[in-house]
Design a binder for this molecule. Structure first.
Ligand code: ME8
Length: 647
């Protein structure tokens, strides 16, 4: 049976703009999950959203909407971001999911029955942005010691968890399992600042917060949002219900978190698990932060410098691989790292466009030019070849070693060491000179073979980290895109294999021009008028009955052509269940007729038919308009039969 590997990200608060800090943790976990899958392990990768609590309740109230109305679009955006970044999770848990809520109640019930939860009165300070309780002595200058913001004095009836009881067992666990909390500096912090100072019991319920999980034994109280949130790591596996996912995957192999929430993961969470009699996770890693101008990049603080931190914009401009690569390569693992758009661009240009992109395109181009696109024979091995082959063959061990330390920057460095050596090998062997001498044809073939092999090996080694380029590189050398680590050994490419030249995988970025454009775009994004414009565009409220008058159905475009004499219009033939309709839409600037055929779209089917440029239109196809000149068709996210009603 395959070894299991269970890895988790924190579950994020849906309380504002998503930024690359969230992408940092999730992309690292995705790379680790992909790496372990490629090792043949049975991986479960969990991420999600932490949706209850005072913060969400307040934000929703401020906008005059329900918490659900507030969080749903933010959660959809986050899922979209993971899709854009090719994050392959096994489950996206929402703490509002029914199974999670039931399991949290089960946990509280169990702790209540065992006497680890008891009723008393809470009096102390609360930091809403951090959802943290503090005693007066812990405050720094009367403010939250974690984030420096205002705290409020709270006094209410509350249930408490006997956290104090578990301090000795926690200290013992740290001592006996040095791998449990990493990096080492975090252990010292936990031991000196919290465990040695003595733990106080933790207030784990609120009567003043309604947006939360009601306690099964006292419905006036809702669960403290951190207990609700931490439980996700087991509830996602069906803890407390009939589900063998828990039996298969628990304990987690790794909880990857930012350093500011280590305290919750390394003290409260293991104490809860001890109280439940469940095994502890194998490891908690508290990574460093992405900083801007020396400050934590954060959704709740306006960072001083305008940098492009919007992941959607970054992926749109430079592609998922560029963003993933930057996050995985640039910041020394475990430490903080300053983010600037310039450094991002420099890194992408230097490593991806210059080193990797050039190696692949030069190698393929030389094989196409000199050998008609057929891979030459491996030929005799000469002195300089040996070093290259040894480095390529040894890279996997280095990647494995780095990934065992969770260190993606080191793993990538090992791969790019091979890439750099191969580029140097081109300079040393000068294939363009060999190509001029017919007597050196065999040597030219051998050199190009070696380079092609290096491209193939690096592509496979890069699979956990990049999600687009490896498949393209492998395709360029006619290799199986699904090739795994078992095919890494140098020499697997077959003589005569077809080699094709692809357009540049990573086009070079003109950094000066790009920075100027980015600065302009960031400034425009920040213009307050934008928000006003959005507010102006708001339509008046309608009742559900009014909305119900609109008939929306899923249709399949079965034919499409341009409307003569119009630059904007396309004429689609749309199958809607058993019916076929003629529809005209103003989307010719965004979609070609060929692209439209086969698309599933949402059609307003009870609009009065009209003629547009002489063509009958019996409905309207729905599109999303980003207000900046971009347009996208609205489609069902899963396969649905045409004719299905949209409600
Ligand atoms: O704390 N640099 O959620 P959250 C690096 N819901 N990573 C960053 C970052 C930055 N500048 N900013 C955010 C919560 N992160 C709780 C977690 S878990 C049971 C509950 C990442 O939305 C990092 O992983 O505030 C950090 O720990 C997490 O986002 C905090 O996300």
């Amino acid at each position: 049976m395959a070894k299991k590997y269970y890895i988790t990200t924190p579950i994020y608060y849906p309380s504002g703009n998503w930024h690359i800090g969230h992408c940092y943790t999730t992309v690292i976990c995705d790379a680790l999950a992909r790496f372990h899958k490629l090792l043949g392990e049975d991986v479960f990768f969990l991420t999600g959203t932490d949706e209850h609590g005072q913060k969400v309740e307040k934000e929703a109230a401020k906008r005059g909407i329900t918490p659900r109305e507030f969080i749903d679009p933010l959660v959809a955006e986050l899922k979209d971001m993971w899709r854009l970044l090719d994050v392959e999770y096994n489950r996206f848990i929402r703490t509002t999911d029914d199974d999670h809520v039931r399991a949290v109640q089960h946990i509280y019930q169990k702790l209540y029955e065992s006497g680890d939860i008891y009723k008393a009165e809470y009096e102390g300070y609360y930091c809403t942005p951090c959802e943290s309780f503090w005693t007066e002595a812990q405050l720094v200058g009367g403010k939250c010691p974690d984030c420096g913001r205002e705290v409020t004095l709270q006094k209410e009836e509350s249930y408490f968890f006997r956290l104090s009881k578990y301090a000795p067992a926690l200290l013992k666990h740290y001592e006996e399992h040095p791998e449990f909390l990493q990096p080492k500096s975090r252990v010292n912090e936990m031991v000196n600042n919290f465990l040695k100072a003595g733990l106080t019991d933790l207030s784990v319920s609120r009567t003043t917060v309604k947006w939360g999980v009601p306690l099964p034994f006292d419905k006036k109280h809702t669960a403290y949002v951190w207990i609700d949130a931490l439980s996700n790591y087991v509830t996602a596996l069906g803890y407390g219900a009939e589900d063998n996912l828990y039996k298969t995957y628990w304990p987690a192999d790794l909880h990857m978190v930012g350093k500011e929430i280590v305290r919750f993961h390394a003290i409260i969470w293991p104490a809860i698990l001890m109280a439940l009699g469940e095994p502890l996770p194998r490891q908690i890693y508290g990574h460093g932060w992405l900083l801007i101008g020396g400050e934590k990049l954060s959704k709740s603080k306006e960072n001083a410098r305008p940098e492009l931190t919007d992941p959607y914009e970054l992926v749109k401009r430079y592609g998922a691989d560029a963003v993933r690569y930057y996050l995985l390569r640039e910041i020394p693992f475990g430490s903080d790292g300053e983010y600037t758009t310039e450094r991002f661009l420099l890194r992408v240009n230097a490593d991806l466009a210059n080193d990797l992109g050039n190696l692949v395109s030069r190698t393929a181009a030389m094989i196409v030019q000199n050998f008609g696109g057929k891979l030459p024979a491996r030929g005799k091995v000469e002195g300089t070849d040996k070093e290259l082959v040894a480095l390529a063959d040894g890279a996997f061990e280095k990647v494995k070693d780095a990934m065992a330390r969770l260190n993606a920057p080191d793993a990538l460095e090992a791969v790019f060491e091979v890439v750099a050596r191969a580029n140097k090998y081109i300079d040393e062997t000068t294939p363009w000179i060999l190509a001029k001498d017919p007597e050196k044809r065999e040597r030219l073939g051998a050199v190009l073979y070696n380079l092609a092999e290096v491209c193939r090996i690096c592509a496979i080694l890069l699979k956990p980290f990049l999600t687009k380029a490896p498949a393209l590189i492998l395709k360029s050398f006619s290799c199986d895109e699904n090739a795994g680590f078992e095919t890494l050994k140098f020499g697997a490419l077959k003589e005569g294999a077809e080699v094709v030249k692809l357009p540049p995988i990573f086009p070079r970025i003109d950094i000066k021009r790009e920075l100027a454009e980015v600065e302009k775009a960031v400034k425009e994004q920040k213009k307050p008028q934008d928000a006003d414009k959005k507010a102006e565009a708001k339509k008046p409220e309608i009742s559900i009955d009014e909305f119900g008058k609109v008939e929306l159905k899923v249709g399949e475009v079965i034919a499409c052509e341009k409307v003569a004499k119009s630059e904007k219009l396309l004429h689609e033939t749309v199958k809607i269940g058993g019916e076929v309709r003629s529809v005209v839409s103003g989307i010719a600037k965004f979609y070609t007729p060929e692209e439209m055929v086969g698309k599933r779209v949402v059609v307003v089917t009870n609009l009065k038919p009209v003629k547009l440029c002489g063509v009958l239109s019996e409905g309207m196809i729905l599109c999303a308009d980003d207000g900046k000149g971009g347009l996208a068709l609205v489609s069902p996210e899963k396969a649905v039969e045409s004719g299905a009603e949209v409600r």
